[in-house]
Design a protein around this ligand. Structure first.
Ligand code: UD1
Ligand code: CA
Length: 458
């Protein structure tokens, strides 16, 4: 049934009040451009064909649409923004007569698939609108009804009489109408109004005059149909979006210290008894196994963490996979390509990049491991650094199982440390170190000078 439904998403407006070089509909909510949320809602409501009307910033928005997925919505260009009816008209040549048209706004990002589906159901072969009743209806088009309660039209704020401005039921802008009739009504819309614009809302009066019943659907929450026009409203929409996401996760068993201090900008899969402290940001695709605990102020982007692992405060993990029962942080940094086995300890100010670490290995303080393959039960001392980069190329460091790398050692890659090798503290290791032996490389033996005098101020 919904394959005959076509969505037309209006996204040509300038968004002057955003005061931004970024086209309005590309401003993100929960890490995704607003337009993406609208297209997702349409797709989730079962709409197979979407048309995006582009205007201001058309190139950037078009590029984003292309990068988004193989299955792109079609886009049409509205060269001049002559009004919402004009915008819809630009897409109509792409829509067959037999279709039902659903109009959505690229800057009304929190619309839910349920409301879109309800709108489609209410339209059937007639006409339907999403309306909401607001305490502060200022700026919105008001819904006009006759004595019997039938919708007779919409009047824009600027064109409304003082009495009409008292009406609190407002137009959200989202509507559905059969394409053939919509085409005819659009051709009758003029621009003789306070703005000199072609108002889509005039179509409602034309439909009522044709004896078509205009049904209304009310949005479940007013935030769902709130437009975003400035940075304040964007931030408000962001919080509303986060609250909605978080409630779903909490019902699924996520323990959040404070849902108001948690941001998910992507998707999160959780096991049982996952606990997240305040101030954490999760981006991309994150998976947290059973009993995972995340301390305060951590950033996780595209990360998998297996059961029982604890990530302590202020840790930053990016494209990393962490095994079971690990202890990470505080202040740990796992960069892309980090893969940790089970029971690994990565402590404060330890940075890993493109490095795998075997089960039970530890790097507890102040170390850098880049392009390394670290075996199991290895101990990396404080201050150990893999010198993986010669200024032009990157090289690999291999450390065998049960090796012990003494503090403040530099491993100059490419280099291999044998299984069970013991590297003395402060060594610069540029040649392979054999298994099960002590390797030491210091400038010279330690000396003490009995005749030495402490310098004094001259
Ligand atoms: C519109 C409605 C109003 C409703 C309000 C809800 C009309 C005439 N009025 O008013 O009844 O209460 O939305 O938020 O429709 N756009 C284009 N091309 C254009 C003009 C607009 O693509 O030529 C896009 C804008 O980018 C925006 C949307 O259409 O996404 C709405 O346009 P806007 O100018 O914000 O309409 P409002 O005055 O808010
Ligand atoms: Ca608006």
């Amino acid at each position: 049934m919904t394959d005959r439904v076509h969505a037309i998403v209006l996204a040509a407006g300038q968004g002057t009040r955003m005061k931004s070089a970024l086209p309005k509909v590309l401003h993100p909510i929960g890490g995704q451009p607003m337009l993406g949320h609208v297209l997702d809602a349409a797709a989730s409501a079962g709409i197979a064909s979407s048309h995006v009307v582009l205007g201001h910033g058309a190139e950037k928005v078009g590029d984003w649409l292309k990068s988004r997925s193989a299955e792109q919505p079609r886009s049409v260009l509205q060269l001049k923004q002559l009004g919402t009816a004009h915008a819809v008209s630009q897409a109509m040549p792409e829509v067959p007569d037999t279709a039902l048209v659903v109009v959505l706004y690229g800057d009304v990002p929190l619309i839910t698939p349920e409301t879109v589906a309800a709108l489609i159901a209410a339209a059937k072969d007639g006409f339907a609108l999403v309306t909401v009743t607001l305490d502060q209806p200022r700026g919105y088009g008001r819904i006009l009804r006759d004595a019997a309660g039938r919708v007779t039209g919409i009047v824009e704020e600027k064109d409304a009489t003082p009495e009409q401005r008292q009406i609190r039921e407002v137009n959200t802008g989202l509507m559905a109408a059969p394409a053939r009739r919509l085409r005819r009504w659009l051709s009758h819309v003029g621009n003789d109004n306070a703005n000199g614009e072609y108002y889509l809302t005039d179509v409602v009066g034309l439909a009522a005059r044709d004896g078509i019943t205009v049904r209304t659907v009310s949005a479940a929450a007013s935030e769902e149909v709130e437009g975003v026009n400035d940075p304040l409203q964007l931030a408000r929409a962001e919080r509303a979006f986060q609250r909605r996401n978080v409630e779903r996760l909490q019902r699924d068993g996520l323990y959040l210290a404070d849902p108001a201090r948690f941001d998910l900008r992507g998707s999160l899969r959780i096991g049982r008894d996952v606990r997240i402290d305040v101030g954490c940001v999760l981006e991309g695709q994150v998976e947290l196994g059973d009993d995972v605990q995340i301390g305060p102020y951590c950033l996780l982007r595209d990360v998998r963490v297996a059961a029982g692992t604890k990530i302590d405060a202020f840790s930053v993990l990016h494209e990393a996979a962490v095994g079971r029962a690990c202890i990470i942080g505080p202040y740990a940094r796992l960069r892309p390509g980090t893969v940790l086995g089970d029971g690994v300890h990565i402590g404060n100010f330890v940075e890993l990049k493109k490095t795998t670490v075997g089960d039970g290995s530890k790097a507890n303080h102040l170390a850098y491991l880049g392009d390394a393959v670290v075996g199991a039960r290895v101990n990396i001392g404080a201050g150990v650094i893999t010198c993986n980069y010669d200024g032009a190329n990157k090289f690999t460091t291999v450390i065998g199982d049960e090796a012990f790398i003494g503090t403040d050692s530099q491993l100059v890659a490419p280099v291999t440390i044998g299984r069970g090798a013991y590297i003395a503290a402060g060594s610069t290791i540029a040649k392979d170190a054999p298994a099960d032996q002590l390797t030491i490389n210091r400038a010279r033996e330690q000396r003490s000078l009995p005749s030495w005098k402490r310098p004094t101020k001259g």
